[in-house]
Design a protein around this ligand. Structure first.
Ligand SMILES: Nc1ncnc2c1ncn2[C@@H]1O[C@H](COP(=O)(O)OP(=O)(O)OP(=O)(O)O)[C@@H](O)[C@H]1O
Length: 247
């Protein structure tokens, strides 16, 4: 069964049709990439998957359950975590604290005080485990604002992973990273791959084609091609597009 599914999604903003009949699945442990030109509708589609935009038509299904119209919070609680293109870290908090406050066990306490997260060995151990998954265990005590850009990206992923998601949604994870940062991120995603489902919007085709099991190409609000990176390398539209160079 698909962990996350979209069926026949349409989105209109006023009289403008932004998404037209998009269907999509991501299976357990699959990495499904989404690419397409600027303005194609990729972020809007992500917003539909994560509950930020309600589709005009169509259904969103999480692990077999129809969640169309659910709030972002309710969808997240069912295991769909999103890491944003725009950084959403608490700058003054340490890496450890940023992860600790995202832990479901911490949130379940019903209050959100930094002091409560710090010094609580239970939260610390759990948060450190998550930081280790993204290679930041040795930077746990640094403030988020003092981390290098690539480390902040890794920390954002750790915050999403702290929620123990079944699906991790990444919106342009390589954006703003230099070639070293992209290589490091590819390595990190490579280690996560297989442990959960990943959906990523990405402009860097080389990055995407190296890691994804399947890629959907969105153009004018529709999926115009879908397949494995190997299939898509021979797709005429992908070859002709200026979306990126492929080896
Ligand atoms: N809330 C909104 N109201 C009206 N139009 C919108 C709204 N959100 C997005 N759009 C329009 O929908 C179209 C698709 O936008 P979207 O951001 O989903 O594209 P995208 O593929 O993610 O682009 P990019 O790669 O530049 O991020 C754009 O033309 C955008 O202007």
């Amino acid at each position: 069964m698909a962990v996350l599914e979209a069926r026949d999604i349409h989105v209109r903003f006023g009289d403008r049709v932004v998404l037209e009949d998009i269907s999509f699945t991501v299976e357990e442990a699959e990495f499904h990439g989404i690419m397409g030109p600027n303005g194609a509708g990729k972020t809007t589609f992500f917003n539909v998957l994560t509950g930020r935009v309600r589709p005009s038509r169509g259904r969103v299904i999480v692990s077999g359950r129809d969640v169309t119209g659910f709030s972002p919070h309710a969808i997240a609680a069912l295991g769909v975590a999103r890491s944003f293109q725009i950084m959403t870290l608490f700058n003054e908090f340490t890496a450890l604290e940023n992860v600790a406050v995202a832990l479901p066990t911490f949130r379940a306490r019903g209050f959100d005080m930094r002091r409560a997260a710090v010094g609580d060995r239970g939260f610390e151990a759990e948060a450190l485990d998550v930081l280790a998954r993204v290679g930041l265990a040795d930077k746990a005590r640094l403030s988020a604002k003092d981390l290098a850009y690539g480390d902040r990206r890794a920390l954002e992923i750790a915050v999403a992973l702290a929620q123990r998601p079944r699906v991790l949604c990444l919106d342009e994870p390589t954006s703003g990273l230099g070639s070293d940062g992209v290589a490091r991120l590819a390595q990190l995603i490579g280690t996560l791959k297989g442990s959960l489902a990943i959906v990523a919007i990405e402009h860097d085709m080389e990055f995407l084609f190296r890691l994804a099991d399947r890629v959907s190409v969105v153009h004018w609000g529709q999926v115009i091609a879908r397949g494995s990176p190997r299939d898509l390398r021979s797709n005429d539209w992908v070859r002709r597009s200026n979306l990126g160079r492929l080896q």
